[in-house]
Ligand binder design. Structure first.
Ligand code: BTN
Length: 266
């Protein structure tokens, strides 16, 4: 992977570190943050030996077929609104992938990117007292998955039979994210992008089960989690704070905050 020098033209990118192999770009970006590194420090790796996913899971990134990077930010935003950065990133990733590969990705709220029924990309945001690390992993040129991921994951290559330049995708995402992030920081709300996000939302107007986080840990695959005691809700999109608006069977409205739950479309 040859990083383009034009990365430095992107307003948000102030420092770039590239590794052939690293444990986790998120870990490295957190280390940089704690050592006082500048806002907009980007860590990119060709492969990761301990890629991390949400809810303490691992993220398969041993092969160099994917795009793995983390951006360290020092956002000047109401700390209660920090989770919005993850949704901003999900929209940027979804839009950029569609632009570069002519696909039609969807967002699994809050922050997974899907193609059809399979996961294409994941986002892990980790916050410290004065920084946020935004980690993004995308299955780009992966030609096969192990048994565990076979039925739940896909790649751009498997969907389009085209090999993509990971550096081009990286640049697109960072440009898109820079523009959206700027609007988010200036307005301190997601209202400027809710329409765009909701248009890509996989569960929009569908029935879903909202699965509590302790139960989400039971399995990587939401369809294997016991939901027999849960009631379905209808999903109506996100609001300007990024909460998922849902209606229960009595038509009572619920605002679901990310971090607390995961989602299964019925
Ligand atoms: C998820 O699907 O649960 C989130 C996956 C996030 C993976 C990326 S790859 C780059 C960065 N470094 C990590 O260790 N994780 C994120």
């Amino acid at each position: 992977m040859n990083l383009n020098s034009s990365l430095f033209n992107i307003p948000l990118v102030n420092n770039v570190l590239y590794y052939d192999t690293i444990d986790s770009t998120n870990n490295k970006a957190k280390e940089l943050a704690k050592r006082g590194s500048v806002h907009g420090s980007l860590v990119v790796a060709k492969s990761q030996t301990s890629g991390k996913g949400r809810l303490g899971r691992s993220f398969d990134s041993l092969s160099d077929d994917g795009l793995y990077f983390s951006l360290m930010l020092r956002p000047r935003v109401n700390p209660n609104h920090l989770s919005g950065i993850t949704l901003v990133a999900a929209l940027a990733v979804s839009k950029s992938i569609d632009k570069i590969s002519s696909t039609k990705t969807s967002i699994k709220w809050p922050n997974d990117i899907y193609l059809g029924q399979k996961k294409l990309a994941g986002i892990l945001t980790e916050a410290g007292s004065d920084y946020v690390v935004l980690g993004i992993g995308i299955n780009v040129n992966t030609s096969s998955f192990n048994d565990e991921l076979l039925h739940t994951a896909t790649s751009l290559y498997l969907e389009t039979t085209t090999i993509f330049q990971k550096e081009d995708l990286l640049e697109h995402i960072l440009y898109e994210f820079s523009a959206l992030y700027d609007q988010f920081i200036k307005s301190d709300t997601l209202s400027f992008m809710t329409e765009d996000y909701n248009r890509r939302l996989g569960c929009l107007n569908k029935e879903v089960y909202i699965i509590p986080q302790n139960r989400s840990l039971q399995s990587n695959n939401p369809s294997l989690i016991d939901v027999s005691d849960l009631s379905p809700m209808t999903c109506n999109g996100i609001n300007s704070e990024g909460a998922l608006i849902c209606y229960d069977e009595q038509n009572k409205i619920h605002f679901i905050n990310s971090g607390e739950v995961s989602l299964r479309i019925i």
